[in-house]
Write a protein that binds this ligand. Structure first.
Ligand code: NAP
Length: 503
């Protein structure tokens, strides 16, 4: 499908079809979403267009990229998803900042697709639109009691400790003694680690002050990580798993009853015949799987150190009911066993785990965008190498997708770089002679800013975001905490930006 991007000489500038007439020699692209997927897309647009121009003997091909976001703050999950005690991952924002500060790239905050802007508006103002709105929704367990007070999505907990303006700073009081975190992915590890780590460790981080106060007052003593499959099938990355074992004052326990860990560790005491055969879901040759198994085996062999908090991994169990009444008091679990095709099946053996807080960490889900095709089953925009496909299976001219909205919520932040580059290759290839019929902005359409102004809407500018950025640095200095302390709540963001928008 993808033609290689060549800057061969053609009837138009640099071989790229930028539309008729001398006034249209600039490729105007809107990217919706300023998280890693959106900003890596902006970066790839700038780089690949320059390469195409160079390959066509320096022809005057130019690109301008408007990066829209519903928030007044850029960086998406790097700012509001990465755990505060992972500063090296957070520092990806420094790299992305350089993309935003490229003169060909412009940040337009406070614009929600389906609200202040519509798909039709974007397609009339831009030659191409790239949707990169990620996966903002959480997946549900679908078990009774899930709605009880004390049961929440891990995504809500993450937004809370990251100071997302939609999260109420008082949302999590942490008065539970025992917490269940359901799921065996990296988000479950982030959540378990934030609950287990001494609050003092968060002083130098950017967590909002009310969050730091709640962590300091936390009564949490036990964190149970519940996995419906075994350690070999868990989706943790080994570095993040190992990190949990190095926390001061934290014991790690592994529920290693026979037929539970035994399948993952052939030769274990208590292993029954056949236990050494791993289900097809886990590849023993996978470095990550082997690494995870080694870490868990080490923990299983360790005794308690007498730490103040304990993280207990409970494998081969699935939640069947969150128990009340009134609010969460316990979780009913069913023991599971390896099933066909790597899945887990119920064994009919149940147990009740007393907990007062349940955080489901069973994956994220993308949200459909008004007027944009959406595959409800996979929760992605149907696409071929980033080209949005219509109901007829054909690419919709001028519409592209990148990141989690394109491929689902998988991979680490860096995965979005190659993903975005692929989408941009498709976008530019479609503008080569002989490519797919390219879309062109309506030549008579006023620029987006003018159309918005006519409706009384003014985007949040990059300079206004820098106002928030600066206030966060000053807050940290005033509190004697690290480099940055997040402002929490819409009012604080609006005051700091000086933009009159309300959340
Ligand atoms: P994830 O990696 O997809 O893990 C989801 C977990 O939930 C899996 O263990 C899954 O089990 C389990 N699950 C799904 N439905 C369930 C159900 N109904 N009942 C019980 N368990 C259920 O998702 P994630 O943790 O949200 O992470 C999303 C992405 O972000 C991942 O690619 C992750 O690596 C990345 N991330 C990276 C970092 C980092 O690098 N530090 C930090 C956070 C997130 P099954 O496997 O059995 O389906």
């Amino acid at each position: 499908m993808t033609a290689p991007l060549r800057g061969r000489p053609g009837p138009v500038s640099g071989g790229l079809d930028l539309g008729p007439g001398p006034g249209t020699q600039v490729l105007r692209v809107a990217v919706v979403g300023s998280g890693p997927a959106g900003l890596y897309t902006a970066e790839a647009l700038v780089k690949q267009t320059a390469q195409a121009a160079q390959a066509a003997d320096g022809a005057a091909v130019r690109v301008t990229v408007d990066v829209l976001d519903r928030l007044p703050t850029p960086y998406g999950l790097v700012r509001y998803g990465v755990a505060p005690d992972h500063p090296s991952i957070r520092s990806i924002a420094d790299y992305l900042r350089r993309v935003l500060e490229d003169p060909r790239v412009r940040f337009l905050g406070g614009l929600r697709l389906g609200g202040e802007v519509t798909r039709e508006m974007l397609l009339s103002c831009y030659d191409a639109v790239v949707y990169a709105t990620g996966a903002p929704l959480d997946r549900r367990l679908g078990v009774p009691g899930e709605e009880l007070p004390g049961s929440a999505a891990a995504a809500d907990f993450v937004r809370w400790y990251c100071g997302h303006p939609d999260a109420d700073p008082g949302r999590f009081a942490l008065d539970a003694v025992s917490v269940a975190v359901i799921g065996a992915g990296n988000v479950a590890l982030d959540v378990a680690r934030v609950l287990a780590r001494p609050a003092a460790d968060f002083g130098p981080t950017d967590v909002p002050d009310p969050v730091l106060a709640a962590l300091a007052a936390s009564r949490v003593r036990e964190i149970h990580v519940i996995s419906r499959r075994g350690p070999a099938e868990a989706r943790f990355t080994t570095k993040e798993l190992r990190e949990l074992g190095g926390l001061p004052g934290v014991d790690i326990a592994v529920d290693a009853s026979p037929g539970h860990l035994a399948g993952a560790f052939p030769g274990d005491a208590g292993a029954s015949p056949g236990d050494g055969v791993r289900p097809p879901g886990a590849d023993p040759a996978d470095r990550r799987v082997r690494g995870n198994l080694a870490v868990v085996a080490d923990w299983a062999a360790r005794g308690p150190h007498g730490g103040g908090r304990r993280v207990c991994f409970r494998f081969w169990r699935r939640p069947v009911e969150v128990l009340g009444p009134g609010r969460v008091t316990a979780l009913r679990l069913e023991r599971t066993a390896p099933g066909a095709a790597g899945g887990a099946v119920g064994t009919g053996v149940y147990e009740v785990l007393p907990v007062q807080l349940v955080l489901r960490s069973v994956g994220y889900r993308s949200a459909p965008l008004a007027g944009v095709p959406f595959d409800e089953r996979r929760a992605v925009v149907p696409n071929a190498e980033g080209r949005v496909l219509g109901a007829d299976g054909r690419p919709r001219p001028g519409e592209y997708v990148a990141g989690w909205l394109k491929r689902g919520p998988s991979g680490v932040i860096g995965t979005n770089k190659a993903d975005a580059a692929q989408t941009v290759r498709s976008l530019l290839a479609d503008r080569l002679p002989g490519g797919a019929p390219p879309h062109h902005a309506d030549p008579g359409a006023p620029p987006l800013a003018e159309r918005l102004a006519a409706r009384g809407v003014r985007p949040v500018t990059y300079a206004e975001w820098l106002g928030i950025d600066e206030r966060e640095h000053r807050t940290a200095a005033a509190l004697g905490r690290g480099e940055r302390v997040k402002l929490s709540g819409w009012d604080a963001l609006n005051t700091a930006s000086g933009h009159p928008r309300s959340g």
